[in-house]
Design a binder for this molecule. Structure first.
Ligand SMILES: *Cc1c(COP(=O)(O)O)cnc(C)c1O
Length: 611
């Protein structure tokens, strides 16, 4: 049976399978495998992150058109606005593209720190809004005022009364125009799922109802009530269930109406934060979210309208700060498989003796006579035999050569069983495969490239880039090249039944794609074992294929060490001295070693085998 790796569940029509390869779903349908091969032809090795700007544009179009349709359907009079939260991915190749594609919609940026606000001030599209969230000091607030003075349409959302006092203080010494002020509200209702900590009464952020009243009074007292234009909430990321969002909207809509009745006449907007979920699930019958964007947009518009009508207030402008939704799909990490660990168990390596111990002779018989009707039985026999041989070895009755033969034969029998039976839903087979996974060593770091898997066990779709027209026969666990036992994505027949192909990677490269990694993974990635952000390339689909733009190689070892504040000159001179004082008499040998070390320091730290 072929395996489509759940493309129908998670790929959102971004990728399709053509001639057994994963391809972009664009008119010319270029294959990811071809892209990787072409980039590697330039000499690059190790993992390569492919960026697809057209998928950023696609997500933005979907976001804006869904809300446009919802507004039309309900005849909603408030505006729809969106900003991109920079914390999701601040890499320039991403940010510049999202600003570019968002320009025509007036798509803005959201900043949560001074560094992010400076990026926003430099790159934000003309007339597009900027919002600022998160904890702020006097400097960050001052920077917000400077942005407004430069002409940006900026809203500083305060998280606590202390920040409001700083704003009141700052206003006195700054020029006009002034920034808009937003208040983050602390909702009674929270989100659900592993990223739900930002909402709810005990959340880290936001003003309680008592504080809101106090804030409005303070704003009035200091003549700033006209600057107060937005309320904001964010109930968490990857909201899988729409219900908590609806509750939050009702609560926020009522707070909006109440604050307006208290005299906040310029309060016009409700900012829903982010949280719009994407589908990460790769395996059937297991969806991670229970709604689509259309439903989300309709719910938002409908609920806010009904509250406005009920309370006799203007329909509010809607702001969203969806990050994951716009960023996740644009990046795919590709990495070569370096080794299949059980490949060493090949028939060639059998070293049968003239006279073998009975158990080994029987294993050999089982191997030669296995067929579909007896496969499960023989598999069980083989497993029992191997267990006995291992015990005999411990007791000293069989030698290392016998043990090796038994291990090889058992593995060969398992492989044969799997290929003879084949059906994925065979419970016995599933059990065998859970117990006998093939370990695929992959040239990448889970800590660097899938940190949410390491930290939160968030699964990302994984698929080989080719052979999708061939049945994969091996239950796979993925091992990265860090020397940390957490650097593993193990096979699990329930949650992660990943099967891959039995390929000889010495003969042909076999690449895996890790999908939906464009949100959060790049910036949260860490340099465990000093593996840096992978090399990256921007891919533009064209009429007859694709164009590779902007290849950026992964940091060199020297740059990584420099980032850790090592003194590179000192490292070089320490190494020089040791070579100078070594016992080598040959001056040329010294020169050669120095040259070799210099090359290492200037190369990236991923493995540079053939693959
Ligand atoms: C993180 C964050 C977002 C983005 O959330 P996503 O789940 O990526 O959409 C939006 N707004 C605020 C305030 C955030 O903290």
């Amino acid at each position: 049976m072929k395996d489509n790796y759940g493309l129908n569940i998670w790929a959102n029509d971004d990728f399709i399978i053509e001639k057994g390869k994963i391809c972009l779903n664009t008119p010319s349908k270029p294959a990811l495998q071809d892209m990787v091969e072409q980039i590697r032809a330039t000499g690059l090795r190790g993992p390569i992150l492919l960026r697809f700007p057209h998928l950023i544009a696609k997500q933005l179009e979907e976001l804006y058109s869904s809300f446009k349709m919802a507004k039309k359907e309900f005849n909603y009079s408030g505006n729809f606005n969106a900003v991109y939260p920079l914390k999701v991915n601040q890499y320039p190749a991403f940010v510049k593209n999202i600003v570019h594609f968002g320009q025509k919609h007036g798509y803005g940026l959201e900043a949560g720190s001074k560094a992010e606000l400076l990026i926003a001030m430099a790159y934000n599209a003309k007339k597009a809004p900027i919002t600022v969230n998160g904890f702020k000091d006097k400097e960050l607030i001052n920077l917000g005022f400077i942005a407004a003075e430069m002409g940006h349409d900026i809203t500083i959302t305060i998280e606590g009364l202390g920040e409001l006092e700083t704003i009141i203080e700052t206003t006195k010494s700054r020029f006009k125009p002034k920034p808009s002020i937003g208040l983050r509200i602390r909702l009674h209702s929270g989100g659900s799922g592993i990223w739900a900590k930002s909402g709810g009464i005990n959340s880290k952020f936001g003003l309680t109802s008592t504080e809101l009243i106090e804030a409005v009074n303070l704003l009035k007292k200091h003549g700033l009530i006209e600057q107060f234009r937005m309320i904001h909430f964010h109930i968490g990321s990857q909201i899988n269930d729409i219900q908590p969002l609806k509750k939050a909207l009702l609560e926020a809509g009522n707070i909006y109406a109440e604050l307006r009745k208290m005299g906040a006449k310029n309060l016009k907007a409700i900012n829903l934060g982010g949280g719009l979920a994407i589908e990460y699930s790769q395996f059937k019958d297991y969806h991670t979210k229970n709604y689509k964007l259309k439903e989300y947009a309709n719910d938002v518009v409908f609920l806010l309208q009904s509250i406005a009508v009920q309370k006799g207030e203007a329909e509010p402008d809607i702001f969203v700060e969806s990050g994951r939704f716009v960023a996740a799909s644009h990046a795919v990490l590709t990495a070569p498989v370096l080794e299949l660990f059980s490949r060493e168990y090949s028939e060639k390596k059998l070293a049968l003796k003239k006279q073998n111990p009975t158990l080994i002779a029987e294993l050999y018989d089982l191997y030669n006579n296995i067929k579909p009707s007896n496969a499960i039985e023989y598999f069980h026999d083989a497993a029992g035999h191997l267990e006995s041989v291992l015990t005999l070895f411990e007791l000293g009755y069989v030698d290392l050569c016998d043990r090796s033969n038994a291990e090889i034969l058992t593995h060969l029998i398992i492989k044969k069983t799997i290929s003879l039976l084949g059906a994925d839903d065979n419970a016995d087979l599933m059990r065998i495969q859970s117990n006998t996974q093939e370990r695929y060593l992959v040239n990448f770091s889970i800590f660097q490239s899938l940190p949410d898997f390491w930290g939160l066990k968030q699964h990302f779709p994984i698929a080989p880039l080719k052979y999708l027209d061939k049945r994969p026969t091996l239950s796979a666990s993925i091992w990265d090249i860090t020397c940390d036992s957490d650097g593993e994505i193990s096979f699990c027949s329930k949650n992660n039944p990943l099967f891959l192909h039995d390929v000889d990677v010495k003969e042909e490269p076999y690449f895996l794609g890790f999908f939906l990694v464009g949100a959060y993974q790049e910036v949260l990635g860490m340099k465990h074992n000093l593996f840096a952000h992978p090399s990256e390339a921007v891919i533009i689909p064209t009429k007859d294929g694709f164009e590779i733009k902007e290849i950026i190689e992964s940091q060199s070892i020297m740059e990584i060490l420099n980032d850790l504040d090592y003194d590179i000159d000192e490292i070089e001179s320490l190494i020089n001295k040791q070579i100078e004082n070594s016992n080598l008499v040959n001056e040329n040998a010294k020169k050669q070693i120095l040259g070799e070390l210099y090359l290492f320091l200037n190369a990236n730290s991923y493995l540079r085998t053939v693959q």
